[in-house]
Write a protein that binds this ligand. Structure first.
Ligand SMILES: CC(C)(COP(=O)(O)OP(=O)(O)OC[C@H]1O[C@@H](n2cnc3c(N)ncnc32)[C@H](O)[C@@H]1OP(=O)(O)O)[C@@H](O)C(=O)NCCC(=O)NCCS
Length: 143
């Protein structure tokens, strides 16, 4: 089994965003654009990163992007995040997107990637992350 595609243990990841794939986001074949899914992952990663940084963040890298299964119109796309590494100002966020087919159907993982975000100041320069004990806790029920 490809370990890069293993899921984060559910207790370590946070349900960060949830939305519905709409017809406006399709390609001519009727499937949802990969770029739309990627942008949903970037939005969720940005939320997780800014909560860890307690401030403004920018995306600097996307690693190991895997499109595993297609997303279709009407699917509910849920994006899960977990902070897997922190440096001085940078952090890696493992991001997984899952769908519920036809809004109520079976649940499948559709994409996974590790995004790197950097905490930045008001001028866009790298800013040290706060110590973890200065970051307020939040959980899956308080989006
Ligand atoms: C993020 C940014 C401010 C960093 O500036 P910089 O001069 O490289 O700053 P530094 O060299 O001090 O690096 C800061 C941190 O970013 C990390 N970093 C920078 N570029 C990186 C990359 N491509 N991949 C992974 N990490 C990176 C560094 O390793 C460092 O991490 P650390 O503080 O945890 O040790 C700058 O690269 C930037 O503004 N990039 C554009 C981001 C952006 O606009 N994103 C949206 C695109 S639409």
């Amino acid at each position: 089994m490809n370990t890069k595609l293993e899921s984060t243990p559910p207790d370590q990841r946070k349900a960060t965003t949830r939305t519905v794939a709409m017809p406006a986001d399709t390609n001519p074949a009727g499937d949802i654009f990969g770029g739309w899914v990627l942008s949903q992952m970037d939005i969720a990663g940005g939320i997780a990163a800014s909560q860890r940084a307690q401030g403004r963040v920018v995306t600097v890298a996307i690693d190991g992007m895997s499109f595993i299964k297609p997303v279709r119109v009407g699917d509910i796309l849920a994006v899960y995040t977990s902070v897997t590494r922190t440096g001085r100002s940078s952090m890696d966020i493992l991001i997984e997107a899952w769908v519920r087919r036809g809004q109520i159907g079976s649940r499948e993982k559709v994409t996974q990637a590790t995004f790197t975000f950097v905490s930045v100041d008001e001028n866009g320069g790298a800013l040290a992350l706060p110590p973890i004990d200065q970051v307020p806790a939040y959980d899956n029920d308080t989006l």
